[in-house]
Each structure stands twice: as C-alpha cells, then as structure tokens.
Ligand binder design. Structure first.
Ligand code: ADP
Ligand code: MG
Length: 708
C-alpha cells in the first residue's frame, strides 16, 4: 500500500538538482513515478510547485459537544467502539466507530472504506484525531467519511495545522504525497538559489522562494484560513509572481531576437481587398478587412510576422486565415495549418477545399489515422510542393515531415499549444510567418501584456446575420423545463451538449459526476436518442471517437466535463445545458455556448444554477443573458473576481500561465512584465552567474509546452 515504504534512510540521496527526475527519491519507484508523471510532476521542482488546491483549518480541537451542524471540525477522542456492521436490513455493509471525549460521544460512519485501514482504530481506548463535517442526527452527532488518524501524545502540537489538500493523483495516496513533500522540503529546499535577484524582491515586498514554497505547503499557525483559501498570501503571490516573471522573461527574449530577424518581403500586387472578397459568398466584416490588411502589411515588412488573431467563436477567423494563406501561396509558399484536434483539422479541410479554385489552394490533410503508406506518399508530395496547404494536428511537427518551402504557419485555437510546439513548427521553414488564432477573449491591455512577443488583430464583431444564443438561467427546480426543451429539440432532429463542471481535486469524482449525469439523462430520454460521454479520464483518441460520432449525428447528446473540444463546428447542435453554471467563469461559459446555434437553427443555452449558489453568482450569470460580446464578458469576469468561483484546473509545474490567474492578479502581472524587461534589457548584470535557476527558468519556458 502507498505510504508503507520506508522513509528512514535519506530519501534525497541521489538527488542532485531540482530538475532531477522524481524517481531518484527513495520510495518513488517506476510505478509511482509514472503516476506522478501522469499528473505532470516529473522533477523535484515540479513537486515543490504542486501546491495545495485548498486548506483545512485543523489548528484547533473542538470539544465534541460544540461540533456545529454542517461545519468541519477537528476532534480528539478515545475509541469506545468500532466494527463493521450491516446497514439496516440490506446486504450493504458499513463501518462504524464511536469516539468519546470529556464532553460527549461522536459516531463515525463509512460506506466506502478499506477495512484494514479502519481496523487500526478500533481497539478500545485508542486515542485518535478525527476531522470531518458534523451532522446532528436525532440527538446524536455523526460524521460521514471523516479523516481519522491516531493521535500520538508526543507530537500533537505539530499536528494541529492548516492542512493542505492536494489535487488527487491516481495511484498515490494523500498520505504518501504529503510526507514526500514534507521530506523534500526539509531535505532540499534550503539548496534552492532564489531565481529572482534580491534587489528586485526587496522592491516588490515579496518573500524568498524558499519561504514561499515552504509556507504554501505548510502554512504557519498565524495564517488566516480564508486568505489561504483565496491564495491571497504573500507566499502564494510570490509563486504566482515567478510564474508570470518566467513567462515574461522568455517573451522579452524572443521578442528581442525576432526584431533582429529578416525575411524577404512578399510580392502582393493582386491583393486588393475587393478582389479577395470575391472568393466568398458574403462581404467581409470591417474587422475581418482590417485583420487582412494588417497581415498584408506584415508580409510586406521584411521581417517574420508573428500575429495573434483574436475573435469570439463564430466571428469568422477562418476566412482571415484563408486569405493569409492565399497571399502566401501567391508567393509560391506553402502554408501549414495546425489544429488541436483531428475533427477540427477535418473541418478546416472541408471548408478550405470548398473555396474557389481560382484561389489556388491545394489542401491536404495529414492525420494519425491514415495508413503509414498513405502518409508516406503525402509526405513525398508535400516535399515536392504538390500540396500548398497542409492541415493537421501536432502530427505536423513530426520529424519526418519536410516542406518544399514553408512560408506561413497558422495555428488555430492556439491556447492548446505550447511555445515548444510552435517553435518546432516554425523550424520547418526558414523563419516563416506565424499567425495564431484564439477564441479566448481577454481585454486588450492584458492581451498586449501577455502576448508581449506578438502583434494583435482583433475581430470584435460577428458577421451579419449571426443570431446570439438565447440564454436562460434556471434553478434546479425548473430543470424539468430544461428536459422539455431538450426533448423538443431532439425530436426536431437537433443535437445537444450537456456540461457539468470538473470537480476540483478528484479525477474520480470528475468521472463519476459525468457518468451520473449521463445515466440521469438516459432515464429521461427514451430511445432512439443516444448519449455519448467525454471526460478527463479518457484517452484523447477515445474522446475524439465520441466527438466524431456526435459530429456525424450518430450520438444525439454529448455529456461531459473536460469537454467539448475547442472550435468544433457541429451546425446541428442547438442546445447547451450547463449544470452548476455558477462554478464556471463567464468567459468560459460564453465560449461554451458559442458551440451551439452555428447552423441555420438558433441556439439555446440553459444555465442551471444550484440552489446553494452564492447570490453574487446570479447577477454574474445575468451578464450572459444580456451580453453577447466576448470581450465585454471577459472584462465583467474580472470585475466579479474574488467570489471564489472555481475556474479551470490549477496545473502542476513551474511556468504555466493560467489566464484566470493573470486576470486575478493583474497588478502583479504587469509588475512582472516590467521587471522582466528591466532585467533583460537594462540590467542583465543582475543575473548572477550562480543563478542557474533563473537561466533555467527562461530556458524551460522557451522549451516547455506552456499555455501562451
Ligand atoms: P471562428 O472565428 O469561430 O473560427 P469561423 O471562421 O468558423 O469562426 O466562421 C463562422 C461562420 O461564419 C462560418 O460559417 C463562416 O462561413 C461564416 N462567416 C465568416 N465570415 C463571414 C462574413 N463576413 N459574413 C457572413 N458569414 C461569415
Ligand atoms: Mg475557428
């Protein structure tokens, strides 16, 4: 069992540097190391930066009599009874332990348990610590599934603390994880050289990295539980600062080097807007015009373009990309279009193949699903220049693929790709132009700060005739209405998405909630309607298969958590039902609803709000009913921040930029940007030679897949 391994010998022996693999730690063998790797934790540094998702206040012992209904508390008591029992007359078994202190007795119940584990606490008189939510039940007090440990007399004080709760890692017990982090901090933390120069830290009023890491994992007793749970401590801020800082350093470096690069300007005599517009059955919107003009200027400028095209779902970015491709192809260049999923790649192929032949696009799809022989043939034809528009997923960065003359790289839904993938793609050409597209709207100032190494074009209006998705907020009690809408639309031959939030801290719960949701809907939907399930535990191939079936109409309702692959265009999908809508960010909800109503029928989005949702949640959600502008919604999201809503998973690892975090900590972010520029451009001597971590940080940011 996890945690049984012996930690007595120095577990850190053999660990030389922070970037050494975790497997060097005693107690972490190949199996556990694979479990960690699955969660993105590869090195000791990753482990340090795998910070708690929340904290529990276990600093005080509550007398049993004072346990409040519905509140979590820590109890210390003696066992007076413990055994496995039958649950009433059913065949189900439960485990029951009763503990007592000077003020009363408390019943502990488990419906799911490992018997061997609980048996350790059943000997009468065993002193134990119990943490859980108290419920008053007909005169006596209970806790269901509490956390129980033996309370050794000696070190009790040490054990009263702010208890960190980590996102669960499959195959690693909480206990093991906690002790591994404890041991690593004790044994190794002092060896970290702070990457941020002292001179800089002083001015920012931030603690050292060592202090920050230590206290984020083991908060001092003087902390405030609410500040901890808002991640609003100077230790959390220091870690956030470092994430921002390393990204900004890397951006400053890349921007500098790009400014020194030249690429021959394109010849674009035949690229009048009105001629290009004639390729499409509709006039371009003025923002599309402007974006195309900006791209054209870049092509003429004599240095490689690096442009971000930002626009809501459905704002018509593909048209702009097609015209960028056209201009490159006029110059006898090849264009690569990289998408995060197969389906999206196929959709682009369909769309681009349908454009007039006079544009000269010769598109081809590269896919992992193709037979090796076919793929090799296509590779050959790409090398010979027979195709000039190559569409695919990250299959495009495979080493074997060589281009005749790659002039432009277009990356769709770029937040799914990292800097590394982008860099590898660019290496396929001789400083090709790069156009990246995103549907994640963020306010302009922030965009400029984040995408510091790119120029930005924005499409802030929808094409004419775009009908906004009708949005309603409904309570759980009105859910029947949601079912009625769903059934009605399905009967009319349309399709639906149903989304429940990812459950923080537990992949298993995540899966369970999606499965439960699917089976609930199965009950209310009679055949012939078919339900498909996508969730975080699936392999991406499996998920693509389900998505594909949905796309083809073989599945009518798609239920999931992690969900709804970006950018997917299923014109027949009209209904989007979102459970626990209050747990999502507004921008996220806005993107989700953009998935419906993309065909001829209008889309409808039902935001189901839980009964116990905070009242602030409602006015926040109302924004979506009234407003359909992604940028405005993103701004509102900012104004509402601090309500503690769960937005997206926090990921492990040094150096990933989480947009919601940027939005929450704008000031800190802008300061990180300023300091990074100052450091690289003005004061490089502040980077001391022994400060390898700082250099590594920059290197890592450049190499590593990060959300940029
Ligand atoms: P996204 O920005 O989400 O990638 P798309 O490029 O897929 O959006 O465009 C969404 C839809 O709008 C497509 O069906 C496209 O043909 C259509 N469209 C794009 N531009 C215009 C326009 N100027 N007028 C009318 N329809 C347009
Ligand atoms: Mg798109």
């Amino acid at each position: 069992m996890a945690g049984k391994k012996n930690h007595n010998t120095n577990p850190l022996q053999g660990i030389q540097t922070l970037t050494d693999p975790l497997i060097r730690l005693k107690g972490v063998g190949p199996q556990k190391s694979a479990c960690f790797a699955h969660k993105g934790i590869h090195t000791l540094a990753d482990l340090f930066f795998f910070t708690p998702v929340r904290y529990e206040d276990r600093t005080r012992i509550t007398p049993i009599r004072e346990i409040k209904n519905g509140e979590r508390s820590l109890i210390r008591g003696q066992v007076i009874y413990g055994n496995e029992e039958r649950f009433f007359r059913s065949r189900k078994r439960i485990y029951r332990i009763i503990v007592r202190d000077a003020t009363g007795s408390l019943e502990l119940i488990w419906f799911r348990y490992i018997k061997g584990h609980l048996e350790r606490f059943t000997r009468q008189g065993t002193e134990c610590l119990v943490y859980g939510t108290g419920t008053h039940n007909r005169g006596h007090i209970q806790m269901i599934h509490p956390d129980i440990t033996v309370s050794g007399q000696d070190k009790l004080d040490d054990r009263l603390d702010f208890y960190p709760v980590y996102s669960s890692i499959q195959g690693i017990s909480d206990h093991f994880l906690r002790s591994l982090i404890r041991i690593s901090c004790d044994g190794y933390l002092h060896r970290i050289i702070d990457p941020v120069p002292e001179e800089l830290l002083g001015g920012l009023d931030l603690p050292t990295l060592q202090q920050a890491i230590h206290n984020v994992h083991f908060p001092p007793k003087t902390s405030s539980i609410s500040a901890l749970n808002r991640f609003d401590t100077k230790w959390h801020k220091r870690l956030v600062f470092d994430r921002f800082f390393s990204v900004m350093l890397a951006l400053t470096v890349t921007r500098q080097s790009r400014e020194d690069t030249v690429s021959p300007p394109y010849a674009l005599p035949r690229c009048e807007l009105k001629d290009m517009e004639a390729f499409f059955p509709f006039p371009l919107t003025s923002h599309q015009h402007q974006a195309v003009e900006e791209i054209k200027k870049d092509f003429l400028a004599g240095r490689p373009m690096k442009r971000l095209l930002m626009g809501d779902v459905g704002s018509g970015k593909t048209v702009v990309a097609a015209l960028a491709a056209y201009m490159a192809i006029l110059n006898k260049k090849q264009v690569a279009l990289m998408t995060p999923t197969q389906i999206l790649a196929k959709q682009h192929l369909e769309y681009l193949s349908g454009l007039p032949e006079t544009m000269g696009l010769r598109p081809v799809l590269l896919s992992g699903a193709q037979k090796k022989k076919t793929r090799d043939d296509i590779y050959g034809e790409i090398r010979d220049g027979a195709y000039n528009l190559i569409i695919g997923t990250h299959a495009l960065i495979q080493e074997k693929l060589a281009f005749a003359d790659l002039g432009l790289v277009v990356i769709d839904e770029q937040h799914r790709f990292g800097v590394r993938q982008r860099a590898l793609m660019q290496e396929k050409g001789d400083t090709p132009h790069v156009l990246v597209m995103t549907a994640t709207p963020i306010p302009r100032t922030l965009a400029i700060a984040i995408y510091g190494d790119m120029d930005i074009s924005m499409i802030k209006e929808y094409p004419k005739g775009h009908v906004p998705v009708e949005t309603h907020i409904i309570g759980v009690k009105q859910k029947k209405w949601a079912f009625d809408v769903l059934r009605e639309k399905l009967s009319a031959g349309q399709q639906a998405f149903i989304i429940c939030p990812v459950i923080e801290g537990s992949e298993e719960m995540d899966l369970k909630s999606a499965q439960e949701m699917a089976s609930r809907f199965k009950k209310v939907l009679s055949p012939p309607f078919r339900i498909g399930l996508v969730h975080g535990r699936q392999l991406s191939e499996e998920r693509e298969m389900v998505m594909n079936a949905f796309h083809k109409g073989r599945i009518h309702v798609l239920v999931g958590t992690t969900i709804i692959e970006v950018g997917v265009h299923v014109p027949n999908a009209t209904v989007m039902i979102i459970e626990h809508a209050e747990r999502f960010g507004l921008a996220q909800l806005h993107q989700l609803r953009g998935r419906v109503g993309r065909g001829s029928e209008k889309g409808i989005c039902l935001l189901i709000e839980s009964d116990n949702a905070p009242s602030a949640g409602r006015s926040r959600l109302e924004t979506l009913v009234k407003c359909h502008d992604g940028f405005e919604i993103a701004q509102k999201d900012l104004e509402f921040r601090g309500h503690g809503e769960i937005m997206g998973m926090r990921q492990a690892g040094l150096g990933e930029l989480d947009l919601t975090e940027v939005m929450r900590e704008q000031d800190l972010f802008l300061r990180a940007k300023r300091e990074a520029q100052r450091l690289i451009i003005l004061d490089p001597k502040l980077i001391k030679p022994e400060n390898a971590l700082l250099k590594n940080m920059v290197k890592m940011m450049l190499e590593r897949s990060l959300d940029l």
